[in-house]
Design a protein around this ligand. Structure first.
Ligand code: NDP
Length: 324
């Protein structure tokens, strides 16, 4: 019998329950995957809490790595035994095995472990689309990246510093500052103690940065706008501290003709070609060692609620996985 985390009502981590489930045979276009490692992402907490609407009861989780057990009609490019990973498709990755449309899967190359893939697929493709397609960052530029010791943040630091980009990193504690420095941050701001916009102006000689990548949301939004130079780009891509309230377009004018975008990964890997290009860019960096990842913590699948508690309490660094 397979097992999966299911929740019947939105709320705190205690809503997450491990249940026996029947998985069945893959239908046309599907594959059945036995998971080896499951990625935990902050977005999972938004679905669980009800911030992002969904119909209940529901499974949870968008990312995992594992082995193909069976394929349905029309899936000629995959075979039982292939190692695969995914970071899109319907929720339901918090499970020992599942069915999923094969179009969401990518084959894993030698040299990228299941744990690494489960840590990196969602957060790493997020970095790819943000720094290469939302705002194509150029070597030598200085950018501001919030929560840089987190899962997405640690990949971003390694990706950008390998390109010769100067990253001003914000973090929530001195221990996280050490991590950010070790991964290539040019400057680190303790944003719970320091004035972010003032420090950014000091560091940039008053100019401000051309782009801010802000996944913290409510608590950092104003400081992020104030850190941008004229015609700068505000990329707000998460709500770790809560959603950003409504903003008047005139606020963007007043601060120097700023641009504001609120992107999500799904829209940047919407076609098979985009998914292959984005995952390919990530997997090549994992294989050649440009990006190195180890899960900060691995929890048993049955303890998904504890993983959520630790993530929301800002106790984690880097990526987290669940072990089926
Ligand atoms: P992280 O590992 O980065 O965890 C979130 C971090 O946010 C915390 O560790 C903490 O770091 C910081 N934080 C600041 N304020 C709070 C708060 N009030 N409560 C909790 N944490 C806070 O998570 P992920 O790497 O999984 O995701 C990072 C962000 O990126 C999330 O907001 C996520 O939703 C977003 N995201 C968006 C995507 C998109 O396409 N739009 C795709 C993937 C992720 P510190 O202690 O240093 O402050």
């Amino acid at each position: 019998m397979s097992q999966a985390i299911v929740f019947a009502e939105t709320g705190g981590p205690e809503t997450l329950r491990l249940q026996d489930v029947q998985v069945g045979q893959p239908g046309p276009g599907q594959a059945r995957i036995r998971h080896a490692a499951i990625g935990v992402n902050f977005i999972d907490t938004y679905y669980r809490s009800g911030l992002y609407p969904l119909s209940l009861p529901s499974g949870l989780g968008s990312e995992a790595a594992g082995v193909v057990e069976a394929v349905g009609e029309g899936v000629a490019w995959l075979r039982p035994g292939d190692r695969v990973a995914y970071a899109s498709g319907p929720l339901g990755a918090y499970a020992t095995e599942r069915l999923i449309a094969a179009e969401h899967l990518v084959k894993l190359p030698e040299g990228v472990s299941d744990d690494t893939a489960a840590c990196a697929m969602l957060q790493g493709m997020t970095v790819e689309y943000l720094v290469q397609r939302v705002f194509p960052v150029q070597p030598g530029q200085t950018v501001l990246w919030h929560a840089a010791a987190g899962g997405v943040g640690q990949i971003a630091l390694q990706w950008l510093s390998a390109m010769g980009v100067h990253v001003i990193a914000t973090v929530g504690s001195p221990a996280k500052a050490e991590i950010a420095r070790a991964l290539g941050a040019a400057h680190v701001i303790l944003y719970r103690e320091e004035n972010v916009a003032l420090r950014v102006r000091e560091i940039t000689g008053g100019k401000g940065v051309p782009v801010v990548f802000d996944s913290v949301g409510k608590d950092t939004f104003e400081a992020s706008l104030d850190s941008l130079g004229p015609r700068g780009v505000m990329v707000t891509f998460g709500n770790a501290s809560g959603p950003v309230p409504a903003v008047s377009p005139l606020e963007l004018t007043r601060r120097g003709s700023l641009f504001l975008t609120r992107p999500r990964l799904g829209d940047y890997i919407a076609t098979r070609a985009e998914l292959e290009a984005s995952s390919g860019a990530l997997l090549s960096r994992l294989r050649d060692g440009t990006i190195k990842l180890a899960p900060s913590r691995a929890y048993p699948l049955a303890e998904a609620a504890r993983a959520h508690r630790d993530l929301e309490a800002r106790q984690t660094t880097g990526s987290i996985i669940l072990r089926p």
